[in-house]
Ligand binder design. Structure first.
Ligand code: HSE
Length: 429
């Protein structure tokens, strides 16, 4: 039997995930590891903050770039976050110094992944980021390695635990968006800047990473169509529920003859659809392609334990052998063009929700706008129970193009009776 290898870690960032990782390393005798782990040094913004773990036995480095290039470090673990600044600088420095890198940072991989992967390939080191997508669900490794022979046609899913928690809790408790977001932050699901979660940016970063792996597409974040849950309110959720639907923030990456389209948007799913049944901070990813058919994975997408577990999974990969291209396909061979997902010709049923002054003729004006845009209405629900001067109203259309649904919405917005900018959400077939 060969002697167990030891890897020396330098951990930058001691937030939730960093603390979770230190706990796992400290309890490694309980784990099924192929080698030994030592923490050489750590780096964080505050040396004195009480994090509930003892880091006094490790070296301390204020500057993560110094930690990344330290002679005592074999694996640099970046848990700082952010697409640029110290996160990017320290990852680059580590790769150039020939260190393996493990990161949970989706922003830096989505926005600078090609450059970083190129550096990793040039230096024959691992750049591993399974924790960057879907927390504890090992989708990066599965898509890159286990499904590498699959001709993937579509990757879709729920990739932001905070948004899914918000949407689920708003329905379950009847609370509005702001207090539920505050709970998600307290529970440790949200990013340091929750704008990244609720705007859809976090899910978009993750969706782009999966697109690069699944389709060999050159990453171009500017081509991802992004909208978030920050415009969804309790009324939308209530109306959707009345009609037998749940609202979920979904990512979609599809391959067509013209290239790869990637988008993130809230959409309605029938209550019995698998994605409608994903609740709380759970993430789910569906991969469709030949010859496997459809593979779905679901699990905890955020939080200390699940994300630290994914980081640990990547660290243990380093024990298993030499580095392979971080995205599966070598950067020099990433050739599929990404295309802007304008989606204006997307045919779908649409959910349109607004508020109209509760006066005679308002509904007639609304119907006229739909008729002029050649959008046929399937269902219309009005709720005057709140006793407000303006009545909330929700419409489900028959299938039509996004362009037609949005034209109707913008015509409705200009009506005298309209007092709330209409929102237009896709309804999954
Ligand atoms: N803020 C992210 C989420 C954490 O809510 O899913 C994992 O990236």
């Amino acid at each position: 039997m060969t002697e167990k290898k030891t890897l020396r870690l330098g951990i930058a960032g001691l937030g939730n995930v960093g603390v979770g990782l230190v706990k796992l390393v400290q309890g490694q005798q309980e784990l099924r590891l192929a080698g030994n782990l030592e923490i050489s040094a750590v780096s964080a913004r505050s040396k004195t903050r009480d994090r509930g773990i003892d880091v006094s036995g490790y070296g301390w480095e204020d500057d993560p770039v110094k930690l990344a290039t330290s002679d005592d470090v074999d694996v640099f673990v970046e848990l700082i976050g952010g697409s640029d600044g110290p996160a990017r600088a320290s990852i680059e420095a580590a790769l150039r110094a020939g260190k393996h890198v493990v990161t949970a940072n989706k922003a830096v991989i989505a926005e600078h992944g090609a450059l970083l992967a190129e550096l990793a390939e040039e230096n024959n080191v691992h750049l591993l980021f399974d924790a960057a997508v879907a927390g504890g669900v090992p989708i990066v490794r599965v898509l890159r390695d286990s499904l590498s022979s699959v001709d993937v046609q579509r990757v879709s899913g729920i990739l932001n635990g905070t948004c899914n928690y918000i949407l689920t809790e708003m329905l379950a408790t009847g609370q509005e968006y702001t207090p539920v977001l505050a709970d998600a932050q307290k529970l440790g699901y949200a990013e340091a800047d929750p704008y990244l979660d609720v705007s859809g940016m976090d899910a978009a970063h993750k969706a782009l990473i999966l697109s690069v792996i699944a389709f060999g597409a050159k990453p171009d974040f500017s081509k991802v169509r992004v909208s978030g849950v920050d415009q969804i309110d309790g009324l939308d959720i209530k109306f959707a529920d009345k009609m037998g639907y749940r609202i979920r923030l979904v990512t979609e990456s599809t391959k067509s003859e013209s290239g790869v389209r990637c988008s993130v948007a809230p959409a309605l799913f029938k209550v019995d659809h698998p994605l409608a049944q994903i609740s709380g901070p759970t993430n789910a990813i569906m991969v469709e392609g030949d010859p496997v058919g459809s593979v779905t994975m679901a699990g905890p997408g955020a939080g200390e334990g699940p994300t630290a577990s994914a980081v640990m999974g990547d660290i243990t990969r380093i024990f298993q052998g030499p580095a392979t291209p971080p995205f599966g396909t070598s950067v020099s061979e990433l050739n599929a063009e990404m295309i802007q997902s304008s989606g204006e010709n997307t045919q779908s049923v649409w959910f349109i929700r607004t508020k109209l002054s509760d006066k005679s003729g308002a509904l007639a004006e609304l119907s006229k706008a739909f008729a002029l845009c050649e959008v046929s209405v399937d269902q219309m629900h009005q709720d005057s129970s709140a006793g407000e001067a303006a009545a909330p109203i929700a419409i489900m259309t028959h299938p039509c193009t996004r362009k037609a649904a949005e034209a109707a919405a913008s015509m409705i917005e200009k009506l005298d009776a309209c007092v709330d900018k209409p929102r237009v959400l896709r309804v999954e077939a």
